[in-house]
Design a protein around this ligand. Structure first.
Ligand SMILES: [Zn+2]
Ligand SMILES: [Zn+2]
Length: 253
């Protein structure tokens, strides 16, 4: 499996916490940075996008992506998300006011995007991958994902405060190769992390005690202005599996 980090707030120059992963060139998990990370030719290859939740840093390039595809694709790109998330996209983004409704353009039977509701812990088979949404603990309805090609799997928790189920599923995944989770605010802002349902490095250290596998743990979602404070705090966590995800990194496993 090839996993490309389209966006992770993992670099000095990455001024926002835009989030997106690309699997085998055709399946995206979140859409915070598709049009920044990929050429138009690469964007056209995407057939499915699994959205974790409705926050802007996870969906904000969807409008420009749909525009780039116009005239270049035959079949719609399938947007998989929780019903609550799709509702937000319909009402607040592709509503003809903020952006044209590409779920009916150029025509309702041949649109650019097609919405599909997902249910936590059901397995969705696309492009040779088994993709399982797993509910996590965030301010709005949110799922992480397990992505499994039968030989290797990775788990992406998306944005979450303390949560258990995704760790249980990780621990039951025999060929887990990579685990991706967040750290958003420095330890001094534990109150803010709690209020916005995110993790600090201290909380992350506690959470990772639930993960049994000896696999790399990639961290994303650092607040850019707090990086200088957060990096030593992340290093201080006594867990050798931790590493920072890097923007545009390509991982093979
Ligand atoms: Zn969020
Ligand atoms: Zn986020």
């Amino acid at each position: 499996m090839q996993l490309r980090i389209m966006g992770c707030s993992g670099g000095e120059a990455d001024g926002e916490r835009l989030t997106g992963l690309l699997v085998n060139g055709t399946v995206a998990i979140d859409a915070g940075s598709i049009t920044q990370a990929l050429t138009v030719d690469e964007q056209i290859r995407i057939r499915h996008i699994f959205i974790s939740h409705s926050h802007l840093d996870h969906i904000c390039t969807l409008p420009f992506f749909t525009k780039n595809l116009f005239g270049h694709i035959e079949d719609p790109v399938v947007i998989h998300a929780l019903p609550e998330t799709l509702d937000v996209l319909r009402r607040h983004l592709f509503n003809d006011e903020l952006w044209p409704d590409f779920s009916v353009i150029p025509s309702p039977d041949k649109p650019i995007i097609r919405y599909t509701e997902i249910e936590p812990e059901k397995v969705y088979e696309v492009e040779g991958l088994a993709i399982t949404p797993i509910r996590v603990n965030h301010l709005v309805p949110c799922v992480g994902y397990k992505v499994d090609d039968g030989k290797s799997a990775f788990i992406f928790t998306s944005d979450t405060a303390e949560t258990d189920r995704i760790y249980e599923i990780a621990n039951a995944t025999k060929h887990l190769k990579y685990f991706i989770t967040e750290a958003s605010f420095p330890n001094e802002q534990a109150w803010l992390a709690e209020a916005s349902k995110h993790l600090t490095p201290n909380k992350l250290g506690e959470e990772l005690k639930k993960l049994a596998a000896d696999v790399p743990v990639g961290i994303y979602h650092l607040t850019p202005g707090d990086r200088p404070v957060m990096l030593p705090q992340l290093k201080a966590i006594p867990d050798k599996r931790i590493r920072l995800l890097e923007q545009n990194a390509v991982l093979e496993f």
